[in-house]
Design a protein around this ligand. Sequence first.
Ligand code: FAD
Ligand code: UDP
Length: 407
Amino acid sequence: MALSILPFNEVHIPDYDAVIVGSGFAGAVCARELAERGGMRVLVLEKRPHIAGNMYDEYDEAGILVHRYGPHIFHTNNQTVFNYVRRFTGWIAYQHHVLADWYGTYIPVPFNKNSMEMVFGEEKATHLIEKLIQTFGDERKVTITALRETDDPELAEVADFVYKNVFLYYTQKQWGLTPEEVDPSVTARVPVFISRDDRYFQDTYQGMPSLGYTALFEEMLSHEGIDICLETDAASVFDLEFESGSEDAALSAIKIKGEDISGPIVYTGPLDELFCGRFGRLPYRTLDFVYETYDEEYKLPCATVNYTVTEDYTRATEFKRLTAQKAPKTTIMKEYSRAYEDPETQIPYYAILGEENQAHYERYRRLTDSLGNFHPLGRLAEYKYYNMDKIIELALALSDEILSQTK
Ligand code: FAD
Ligand code: UDP
Protein backbone atom coordinates (compact mmCIF):
# COMPACT_ATOMS: atom_id res chain seq x y z
CA MET A 1 0.00 0.00 0.00
CA ALA A 2 1.44 3.38 -1.05
CA LEU A 3 0.61 6.86 0.22
CA SER A 4 -2.51 8.31 -1.37
CA ILE A 5 -1.76 11.95 -2.19
CA LEU A 6 -4.52 13.84 -3.99
CA PRO A 7 -4.85 17.42 -5.24
CA PHE A 8 -7.33 19.27 -3.03
CA ASN A 9 -9.49 20.27 -6.01
CA GLU A 10 -10.13 16.58 -6.78
CA VAL A 11 -11.30 15.72 -3.28
CA HIS A 12 -15.02 14.97 -2.79
CA ILE A 13 -15.71 15.99 0.80
CA PRO A 14 -18.83 13.81 1.47
CA ASP A 15 -16.63 10.73 0.90
CA TYR A 16 -14.83 11.32 4.20
CA ASP A 17 -15.76 10.43 7.78
CA ALA A 18 -12.99 12.47 9.46
CA VAL A 19 -10.75 15.43 8.65
CA ILE A 20 -7.28 15.79 10.13
CA VAL A 21 -5.26 18.97 9.88
CA GLY A 22 -1.51 18.35 9.99
CA SER A 23 0.60 15.25 9.40
CA GLY A 24 3.02 15.37 12.35
CA PHE A 25 2.69 12.68 15.01
CA ALA A 26 -0.55 14.19 16.36
CA GLY A 27 -2.29 14.09 12.99
CA ALA A 28 -0.70 10.96 11.57
CA VAL A 29 -1.40 8.75 14.59
CA CYS A 30 -5.07 9.85 14.65
CA ALA A 31 -5.39 9.32 10.89
CA ARG A 32 -4.01 5.80 11.15
CA GLU A 33 -6.12 4.88 14.18
CA LEU A 34 -9.40 6.22 12.80
CA ALA A 35 -8.80 4.54 9.43
CA GLU A 36 -7.51 1.23 10.75
CA ARG A 37 -9.53 0.63 13.90
CA GLY A 38 -12.58 2.70 13.01
CA GLY A 39 -12.76 1.79 9.32
CA MET A 40 -13.18 5.51 8.62
CA ARG A 41 -12.24 7.32 5.45
CA VAL A 42 -9.87 10.03 6.61
CA LEU A 43 -8.78 13.19 4.80
CA VAL A 44 -5.47 14.70 5.96
CA LEU A 45 -4.83 18.35 5.06
CA GLU A 46 -1.18 19.37 5.30
CA LYS A 47 0.04 22.83 4.43
CA ARG A 48 3.67 21.85 3.82
CA PRO A 49 4.72 20.08 0.59
CA HIS A 50 5.51 16.92 2.58
CA ILE A 51 4.21 14.75 5.42
CA ALA A 52 5.84 14.11 8.86
CA GLY A 53 5.54 17.56 10.49
CA ASN A 54 8.63 18.63 12.39
CA MET A 55 10.02 15.12 12.22
CA TYR A 56 10.55 15.37 8.44
CA ASP A 57 13.99 14.21 7.31
CA GLU A 58 15.57 13.87 3.87
CA TYR A 59 18.94 13.38 2.20
CA ASP A 60 20.83 16.60 1.48
CA GLU A 61 23.07 17.25 -1.54
CA ALA A 62 26.00 15.54 0.16
CA GLY A 63 23.87 12.42 0.66
CA ILE A 64 23.52 12.91 4.42
CA LEU A 65 20.14 12.25 6.09
CA VAL A 66 19.25 15.56 7.78
CA HIS A 67 16.32 16.70 9.92
CA ARG A 68 14.77 19.81 8.37
CA TYR A 69 12.98 21.15 11.46
CA GLY A 70 15.40 20.50 14.29
CA PRO A 71 17.14 17.36 15.53
CA HIS A 72 14.65 14.72 16.75
CA ILE A 73 15.67 11.98 19.16
CA PHE A 74 13.04 9.49 20.22
CA HIS A 75 12.87 8.72 23.94
CA THR A 76 10.05 7.54 26.18
CA ASN A 77 9.18 5.65 29.34
CA ASN A 78 5.85 4.67 27.85
CA GLN A 79 6.04 1.12 26.55
CA THR A 80 2.70 1.37 24.73
CA VAL A 81 4.01 4.36 22.79
CA PHE A 82 7.27 2.65 21.91
CA ASN A 83 5.47 -0.51 20.81
CA TYR A 84 3.20 1.64 18.68
CA VAL A 85 5.99 3.37 16.75
CA ARG A 86 7.83 0.06 16.39
CA ARG A 87 4.97 -1.18 14.24
CA PHE A 88 5.98 1.15 11.42
CA THR A 89 9.77 0.89 11.26
CA GLY A 90 12.84 -0.84 12.59
CA TRP A 91 14.81 1.11 15.19
CA ILE A 92 18.47 1.54 15.91
CA ALA A 93 19.55 1.75 19.53
CA TYR A 94 20.73 5.27 20.23
CA GLN A 95 21.58 7.17 23.42
CA HIS A 96 21.90 10.94 23.05
CA HIS A 97 24.94 12.75 24.46
CA VAL A 98 25.31 16.52 24.67
CA LEU A 99 28.43 18.50 25.54
CA ALA A 100 28.47 22.17 26.46
CA ASP A 101 31.26 24.14 24.84
CA TRP A 102 32.60 26.00 27.88
CA TYR A 103 35.20 28.34 26.40
CA GLY A 104 36.65 25.47 24.36
CA THR A 105 36.36 22.75 27.04
CA TYR A 106 33.55 20.27 26.48
CA ILE A 107 31.57 19.49 29.62
CA PRO A 108 28.69 16.97 29.81
CA VAL A 109 25.13 18.33 29.94
CA PRO A 110 23.05 17.73 32.03
CA PHE A 111 25.69 19.03 34.42
CA ASN A 112 26.71 15.97 36.46
CA LYS A 113 29.48 14.50 38.62
CA ASN A 114 31.80 14.27 35.60
CA SER A 115 31.13 17.91 34.69
CA MET A 116 31.85 18.91 38.32
CA GLU A 117 35.28 17.27 38.20
CA MET A 118 36.16 19.01 34.94
CA VAL A 119 35.16 22.40 36.28
CA PHE A 120 36.19 22.31 39.94
CA GLY A 121 39.05 19.79 39.84
CA GLU A 122 38.84 16.31 41.33
CA GLU A 123 39.49 17.15 44.99
CA LYS A 124 37.04 20.01 45.32
CA ALA A 125 34.49 18.18 43.17
CA THR A 126 34.62 15.11 45.46
CA HIS A 127 33.76 17.34 48.43
CA LEU A 128 30.98 19.17 46.59
CA ILE A 129 29.49 15.95 45.23
CA GLU A 130 29.39 14.58 48.81
CA LYS A 131 27.47 17.69 49.88
CA LEU A 132 25.08 17.40 46.96
CA ILE A 133 24.42 13.75 47.83
CA GLN A 134 23.82 14.63 51.50
CA THR A 135 21.41 17.39 50.54
CA PHE A 136 19.51 15.87 47.62
CA GLY A 137 20.47 12.17 47.53
CA ASP A 138 22.62 10.21 45.09
CA GLU A 139 21.48 9.64 41.48
CA ARG A 140 18.94 12.45 41.88
CA LYS A 141 17.95 15.16 39.42
CA VAL A 142 17.78 18.67 40.83
CA THR A 143 16.40 21.60 38.88
CA ILE A 144 18.55 24.70 38.62
CA THR A 145 15.73 26.57 40.36
CA ALA A 146 15.87 24.19 43.36
CA LEU A 147 19.66 24.22 43.45
CA ARG A 148 19.72 28.00 43.56
CA GLU A 149 17.46 27.97 46.63
CA THR A 150 20.09 26.19 48.72
CA ASP A 151 21.45 28.05 51.82
CA ASP A 152 24.78 26.24 51.87
CA PRO A 153 27.48 28.63 50.56
CA GLU A 154 29.45 25.87 48.80
CA LEU A 155 26.39 24.50 47.04
CA ALA A 156 25.42 28.08 46.21
CA GLU A 157 28.76 28.32 44.40
CA VAL A 158 27.88 25.23 42.34
CA ALA A 159 24.42 26.64 41.62
CA ASP A 160 25.91 29.96 40.62
CA PHE A 161 28.40 28.29 38.30
CA VAL A 162 25.77 26.15 36.58
CA TYR A 163 23.35 29.05 36.33
CA LYS A 164 25.91 31.36 34.72
CA ASN A 165 27.72 28.82 32.54
CA VAL A 166 24.99 26.40 31.46
CA PHE A 167 21.62 28.17 31.68
CA LEU A 168 21.85 31.95 31.50
CA TYR A 169 23.18 32.71 28.03
CA TYR A 170 21.66 29.65 26.36
CA THR A 171 18.21 30.50 27.76
CA GLN A 172 18.57 34.15 26.73
CA LYS A 173 19.41 33.06 23.19
CA GLN A 174 16.65 30.45 23.04
CA TRP A 175 13.82 32.45 24.61
CA GLY A 176 14.93 36.08 24.69
CA LEU A 177 14.34 35.73 28.46
CA THR A 178 16.43 34.91 31.55
CA PRO A 179 16.03 31.54 33.29
CA GLU A 180 13.98 33.28 36.01
CA GLU A 181 11.60 34.67 33.40
CA VAL A 182 10.87 31.38 31.59
CA ASP A 183 8.35 28.93 33.00
CA PRO A 184 10.22 26.72 35.55
CA SER A 185 9.13 23.58 33.64
CA VAL A 186 11.35 24.68 30.73
CA THR A 187 14.71 24.66 32.52
CA ALA A 188 13.54 21.67 34.57
CA ARG A 189 13.82 19.63 31.35
CA VAL A 190 17.60 19.75 31.81
CA PRO A 191 18.30 19.31 35.55
CA VAL A 192 21.60 18.98 37.35
CA PHE A 193 22.09 15.21 37.63
CA ILE A 194 23.97 13.86 40.66
CA SER A 195 25.29 10.93 38.68
CA ARG A 196 28.00 9.63 36.36
CA ASP A 197 25.35 9.01 33.71
CA ASP A 198 26.37 11.28 30.81
CA ARG A 199 23.27 10.65 28.68
CA TYR A 200 20.95 13.58 27.88
CA PHE A 201 17.86 11.41 28.53
CA GLN A 202 17.38 8.56 30.99
CA ASP A 203 14.19 7.13 29.45
CA THR A 204 13.80 3.35 29.26
CA TYR A 205 13.21 3.32 25.50
CA GLN A 206 15.45 5.39 23.24
CA GLY A 207 16.32 5.10 19.59
CA MET A 208 16.16 6.39 16.06
CA PRO A 209 14.01 5.02 13.22
CA SER A 210 16.39 2.96 11.10
CA LEU A 211 15.29 4.44 7.75
CA GLY A 212 14.49 7.87 9.15
CA TYR A 213 11.31 9.58 10.34
CA THR A 214 9.86 10.35 6.90
CA ALA A 215 9.92 6.63 6.08
CA LEU A 216 8.14 5.93 9.39
CA PHE A 217 5.40 8.45 8.52
CA GLU A 218 5.06 7.04 5.00
CA GLU A 219 4.37 3.66 6.52
CA MET A 220 1.97 5.06 9.12
CA LEU A 221 -0.05 7.05 6.60
CA SER A 222 -0.12 4.35 3.93
CA HIS A 223 -3.57 2.93 4.52
CA GLU A 224 -6.48 2.42 2.17
CA GLY A 225 -8.67 4.68 4.34
CA ILE A 226 -6.30 7.68 4.26
CA ASP A 227 -6.03 10.38 1.57
CA ILE A 228 -3.63 13.30 1.95
CA CYS A 229 -3.71 16.77 0.40
CA LEU A 230 -0.34 18.52 0.60
CA GLU A 231 0.16 22.30 0.32
CA THR A 232 -3.37 22.71 1.62
CA ASP A 233 -3.81 25.22 4.43
CA ALA A 234 -6.85 24.51 6.60
CA ALA A 235 -7.17 28.21 7.36
CA SER A 236 -7.84 28.84 3.64
CA VAL A 237 -10.11 25.89 2.90
CA PHE A 238 -12.19 25.88 6.12
CA ASP A 239 -15.35 28.01 6.12
CA LEU A 240 -15.92 28.83 9.77
CA GLU A 241 -19.42 29.62 11.01
CA PHE A 242 -20.05 31.31 14.36
CA GLU A 243 -23.01 31.51 16.74
CA SER A 244 -23.14 35.30 16.28
CA GLY A 245 -21.15 38.16 14.81
CA SER A 246 -19.44 39.13 18.08
CA GLU A 247 -15.69 38.68 18.44
CA ASP A 248 -16.04 36.07 21.22
CA ALA A 249 -18.87 34.16 19.50
CA ALA A 250 -18.26 30.41 19.55
CA LEU A 251 -17.68 28.31 16.46
CA SER A 252 -20.91 26.60 15.36
CA ALA A 253 -19.85 24.71 12.22
CA ILE A 254 -16.97 24.06 9.85
CA LYS A 255 -17.58 23.60 6.15
CA ILE A 256 -15.21 22.61 3.38
CA LYS A 257 -16.21 23.25 -0.25
CA GLY A 258 -19.66 24.17 1.08
CA GLU A 259 -20.11 20.76 2.76
CA ASP A 260 -20.77 20.49 6.50
CA ILE A 261 -18.15 18.46 8.37
CA SER A 262 -20.10 16.53 10.96
CA GLY A 263 -17.49 13.83 11.62
CA PRO A 264 -14.43 14.36 13.83
CA ILE A 265 -12.00 17.16 12.93
CA VAL A 266 -8.56 16.79 14.55
CA TYR A 267 -6.75 20.10 14.29
CA THR A 268 -2.99 20.15 15.00
CA GLY A 269 -2.01 23.64 13.74
CA PRO A 270 -1.83 26.87 15.77
CA LEU A 271 -5.29 27.89 17.01
CA ASP A 272 -4.65 31.62 16.58
CA GLU A 273 -3.91 31.09 12.87
CA LEU A 274 -7.22 29.34 12.34
CA PHE A 275 -8.99 32.43 13.67
CA CYS A 276 -6.73 34.84 11.75
CA GLY A 277 -5.22 36.11 14.99
CA ARG A 278 -8.42 37.96 15.97
CA PHE A 279 -7.32 38.33 19.62
CA GLY A 280 -3.73 39.12 18.64
CA ARG A 281 -1.11 36.54 17.69
CA LEU A 282 0.01 33.99 20.27
CA PRO A 283 3.72 34.37 20.98
CA TYR A 284 6.09 31.63 19.81
CA ARG A 285 9.81 31.27 19.17
CA THR A 286 10.90 30.36 15.69
CA LEU A 287 14.26 28.94 14.57
CA ASP A 288 16.61 29.50 11.68
CA PHE A 289 18.64 26.45 10.73
CA VAL A 290 22.05 26.84 9.14
CA TYR A 291 23.57 23.72 7.57
CA GLU A 292 27.28 23.20 6.96
CA THR A 293 28.75 20.25 5.08
CA TYR A 294 32.37 19.25 5.62
CA ASP A 295 34.68 17.08 3.59
CA GLU A 296 35.61 15.09 6.66
CA GLU A 297 34.04 12.11 8.37
CA TYR A 298 33.03 13.84 11.62
CA LYS A 299 33.06 17.48 12.74
CA LEU A 300 31.68 17.61 16.30
CA PRO A 301 32.87 15.67 19.37
CA CYS A 302 29.35 14.26 19.94
CA ALA A 303 25.86 14.45 18.41
CA THR A 304 24.97 17.86 19.86
CA VAL A 305 27.13 20.65 21.24
CA ASN A 306 25.33 23.32 23.28
CA TYR A 307 26.96 26.76 23.14
CA THR A 308 26.21 27.92 26.65
CA VAL A 309 28.67 30.81 26.96
CA THR A 310 29.67 31.78 23.41
CA GLU A 311 28.23 32.07 19.84
CA ASP A 312 24.90 33.46 18.62
CA TYR A 313 23.42 30.06 17.93
CA THR A 314 22.22 27.77 20.72
CA ARG A 315 23.43 24.39 19.55
CA ALA A 316 24.96 22.44 16.67
CA THR A 317 24.03 18.87 15.76
CA GLU A 318 25.88 16.36 13.63
CA PHE A 319 23.28 14.14 11.97
CA LYS A 320 25.47 11.15 11.26
CA ARG A 321 25.99 10.75 15.00
CA LEU A 322 22.20 10.43 15.44
CA THR A 323 21.50 8.17 12.51
CA ALA A 324 24.69 6.04 12.47
CA GLN A 325 24.98 6.77 8.74
CA LYS A 326 28.42 5.99 7.30
CA ALA A 327 29.71 8.51 4.73
CA PRO A 328 32.98 10.30 3.96
CA LYS A 329 31.34 13.75 4.37
CA THR A 330 29.33 15.15 7.25
CA THR A 331 26.59 17.76 7.70
CA ILE A 332 26.00 19.72 10.88
CA MET A 333 23.19 22.15 11.67
CA LYS A 334 23.27 25.26 13.85
CA GLU A 335 20.08 26.59 15.47
CA TYR A 336 19.36 30.30 15.80
CA SER A 337 16.27 31.21 17.83
CA ARG A 338 14.20 34.37 17.45
CA ALA A 339 10.74 35.82 18.00
CA TYR A 340 8.06 34.47 15.68
CA GLU A 341 6.66 37.44 13.81
CA ASP A 342 5.39 36.40 10.41
CA PRO A 343 3.13 33.36 9.79
CA GLU A 344 3.74 33.72 6.04
CA THR A 345 7.48 33.12 6.19
CA GLN A 346 8.22 31.62 9.61
CA ILE A 347 7.28 28.46 11.49
CA PRO A 348 6.13 28.57 15.12
CA TYR A 349 8.30 26.01 16.94
CA TYR A 350 8.04 26.73 20.65
CA ALA A 351 5.05 28.03 22.61
CA ILE A 352 6.25 30.46 25.26
CA LEU A 353 4.75 29.06 28.43
CA GLY A 354 3.41 31.35 31.14
CA GLU A 355 0.16 32.49 32.72
CA GLU A 356 -0.50 35.44 30.45
CA ASN A 357 0.08 33.48 27.25
CA GLN A 358 -2.00 30.60 28.59
CA ALA A 359 -4.93 32.97 29.21
CA HIS A 360 -4.46 34.36 25.70
CA TYR A 361 -4.51 30.80 24.30
CA GLU A 362 -7.61 29.87 26.37
CA ARG A 363 -9.49 32.72 24.73
CA TYR A 364 -8.95 31.04 21.35
CA ARG A 365 -9.67 27.61 22.78
CA ARG A 366 -13.04 28.75 24.13
CA LEU A 367 -14.15 29.58 20.57
CA THR A 368 -13.92 25.87 19.75
CA ASP A 369 -15.46 24.40 22.93
CA SER A 370 -19.02 24.42 21.60
CA LEU A 371 -18.12 22.41 18.50
CA GLY A 372 -18.17 18.87 19.85
CA ASN A 373 -16.48 17.30 16.81
CA PHE A 374 -13.50 19.72 16.82
CA HIS A 375 -10.42 18.38 18.63
CA PRO A 376 -7.33 20.59 19.03
CA LEU A 377 -4.32 18.31 19.53
CA GLY A 378 -0.54 18.70 19.59
CA ARG A 379 2.25 21.08 20.40
CA LEU A 380 0.74 23.94 18.43
CA ALA A 381 -3.00 23.43 18.86
CA GLU A 382 -2.64 22.93 22.62
CA TYR A 383 0.08 25.59 23.01
CA LYS A 384 2.25 23.17 25.01
CA TYR A 385 5.87 21.99 25.13
CA TYR A 386 5.34 18.32 24.29
CA ASN A 387 7.92 15.78 23.21
CA MET A 388 7.05 13.29 20.48
CA ASP A 389 6.15 10.48 22.87
CA LYS A 390 3.60 12.60 24.75
CA ILE A 391 1.94 13.60 21.47
CA ILE A 392 1.66 9.96 20.42
CA GLU A 393 0.17 9.05 23.81
CA LEU A 394 -2.38 11.88 23.52
CA ALA A 395 -3.21 11.02 19.90
CA LEU A 396 -3.86 7.39 20.86
CA ALA A 397 -6.11 8.53 23.73
CA LEU A 398 -8.04 10.95 21.52
CA SER A 399 -8.49 8.25 18.87
CA ASP A 400 -9.89 5.90 21.54
CA GLU A 401 -12.30 8.62 22.65
CA ILE A 402 -13.48 9.36 19.10
CA LEU A 403 -13.84 5.68 18.27
CA SER A 404 -15.84 5.00 21.43
CA GLN A 405 -18.25 7.82 20.50
CA THR A 406 -18.74 6.67 16.92
CA LYS A 407 -19.44 2.99 17.70
P1 FAD B 1 4.10 19.12 14.25
O1 FAD B 1 5.13 18.09 14.09
O2 FAD B 1 4.50 20.55 14.27
O3 FAD B 1 3.02 18.89 13.11
C1 FAD B 1 1.99 19.84 12.84
C2 FAD B 1 1.70 19.75 11.35
O4 FAD B 1 0.54 20.54 11.08
C3 FAD B 1 2.83 20.34 10.49
O5 FAD B 1 3.16 19.43 9.45
C4 FAD B 1 2.22 21.63 9.94
O6 FAD B 1 2.70 21.96 8.64
C5 FAD B 1 0.75 21.26 9.88
N1 FAD B 1 -0.13 22.42 9.93
C6 FAD B 1 -0.08 23.46 10.79
N2 FAD B 1 -1.06 24.35 10.50
C7 FAD B 1 -1.74 23.85 9.44
C8 FAD B 1 -2.84 24.32 8.66
N3 FAD B 1 -3.44 25.49 8.94
N4 FAD B 1 -3.28 23.57 7.63
C9 FAD B 1 -2.65 22.39 7.32
N5 FAD B 1 -1.59 21.91 8.01
C10 FAD B 1 -1.15 22.63 9.06
N6 FAD B 1 10.59 15.87 20.60
C11 FAD B 1 11.20 14.75 21.02
O7 FAD B 1 10.54 13.84 21.55
N7 FAD B 1 12.56 14.58 20.86
C12 FAD B 1 13.33 15.53 20.27
O8 FAD B 1 14.54 15.36 20.14
C13 FAD B 1 12.71 16.73 19.82
N8 FAD B 1 13.44 17.70 19.24
C14 FAD B 1 12.82 18.84 18.83
C15 FAD B 1 13.60 19.85 18.27
C16 FAD B 1 13.02 21.03 17.86
C17 FAD B 1 13.86 22.13 17.26
C18 FAD B 1 11.61 21.21 18.03
C19 FAD B 1 10.97 22.50 17.60
C20 FAD B 1 10.83 20.22 18.58
C21 FAD B 1 11.43 19.02 18.99
N9 FAD B 1 10.68 17.99 19.55
C22 FAD B 1 11.31 16.86 20.00
C23 FAD B 1 9.22 18.10 19.71
C24 FAD B 1 8.47 17.53 18.50
O9 FAD B 1 8.81 18.28 17.34
C25 FAD B 1 6.97 17.63 18.76
O10 FAD B 1 6.64 16.89 19.90
C26 FAD B 1 6.15 17.12 17.59
O11 FAD B 1 6.49 17.75 16.39
C27 FAD B 1 4.72 17.38 17.85
O12 FAD B 1 3.95 16.81 16.82
P2 FAD B 1 2.67 17.61 16.31
O13 FAD B 1 2.01 16.71 15.34
O14 FAD B 1 1.90 18.15 17.45
O15 FAD B 1 3.27 18.91 15.58
N1 UDP C 1 18.97 24.83 28.68
C1 UDP C 1 20.06 25.64 28.92
N2 UDP C 1 21.31 25.18 28.62
C2 UDP C 1 21.51 23.97 28.07
C3 UDP C 1 20.41 23.13 27.83
C4 UDP C 1 19.13 23.61 28.13
O1 UDP C 1 19.89 26.76 29.38
O2 UDP C 1 22.69 23.61 27.82
C5 UDP C 1 17.63 25.34 29.04
C6 UDP C 1 17.07 26.27 27.95
O3 UDP C 1 16.25 27.23 28.56
C7 UDP C 1 16.29 25.32 27.09
C8 UDP C 1 15.67 24.41 28.14
O4 UDP C 1 16.70 24.26 29.13
O5 UDP C 1 15.33 25.99 26.31
C9 UDP C 1 15.21 23.06 27.65
O6 UDP C 1 16.28 22.42 26.99
P1 UDP C 1 16.01 21.24 25.95
O7 UDP C 1 17.34 20.72 25.53
O8 UDP C 1 15.03 20.28 26.52
O9 UDP C 1 15.33 22.03 24.74
P2 UDP C 1 14.73 21.54 23.33
O10 UDP C 1 15.53 20.34 22.91
O11 UDP C 1 13.30 21.25 23.57
O12 UDP C 1 14.95 22.73 22.46
